[in-house]
Design a protein around this ligand. Structure first.
Ligand code: 2DT
Ligand code: MG
Length: 212
């Protein structure tokens, strides 16, 4: 009898500033991959459903004041507490489409004034994405999309700094996406690239070496 070797899923990350279309594209990408017979699921950071996630939500919704270092560590802990689940999904062959990750963690905290090197340390050794699609557009353009809401970080000056830091964090497996394109055009290129990434990742070991 033929033995079947389980092929792992890919870790596909979408990053970018607010209102660049990450969540829209992440949902559409999961649907398109499932339609093509790939098991795929969406994961979002921060995950506001956990105890740590609820503390983060209280802070973002402006109700609760915490110092910048504490919030930074909570966001990181919110990723660490998900690691076993994410690894299990990937090893069972499920591709994960992740909406924000440690790059958001560093970009927002460093934009508030924390040291960039310090910011990276708590996330060292997390699962590393197989690809990062960075949805990029000028902040003035994203503002035109109905403006920002009431959460703590939804301000032009901060988002402008965040965008600069994102650019400084770029790695070889990042793909820069012009987020001013039509939704369908961005979707098509994300599907195309994701299928290649899934094919390349399926026989590769999991990489638990972010920034290591
Ligand atoms: P959403 O609008 O996507 O829910 O994000 N953030 C996010 C951080 O400051 N650090 C992190 O580690 C992550 C994942 C980005 C809510 C805000 O939280 C910021 C916007
Ligand atoms: Mg938001």
């Amino acid at each position: 009898p033929k033995s079947t070797i389980l092929q792992r899923g890919a870790f596909i990350l979408l990053e970018g500033c607010d209102r660049t279309g990450k969540s829209t594209q992440a949902e559409k990408l999961v649907a398109a991959l499932n339609q093509r017979g790939h098991q795929a699921r969406l994961w979002k950071f921060p995950d506001r459903t956990t105890g740590i996630g609820q503390m983060i939500h209280g802070y973002l919704a402006q109700g609760k004041d915490l110092n910048d270092q504490t919030v930074h560590l909570l966001f990181s802990a919110n990723r660490w507490e998900a690691m076993d689940t994410l690894k299990t999904h990937l090893l069972q062959g499920t591709t994960l489409v992740v909406d924000r990750y440690a790059y958001s963690g560093v970009a927002f905290s460093a934009a508030k004034g924390l040291d960039l090197h310090w910011c990276k340390q708590p996330d060292v050794g997390l699962l590393a994405p197989d690809v990062t699609f960075f949805l990029d557009m000028p902040i003035e353009e994203s503002m035109k999309r109905g403006g920002f809401g009431d959460e703590r970080y939804e301000k032009v000056a901060l988002q402008t700094k965040v965008r600069e830091i994102f650019h400084a964090l770029q790695e070889p497996n990042w793909q820069l996406i012009d987020a001013t394109q039509a939704i369908a055009a961005i979707h098509d290129s994300l599907v195309h690239s994701s299928l290649q990434v899934i094919a390349a990742a399926k026989d590769a070991p999991l990489q638990c070496n972010l920034w290591a």
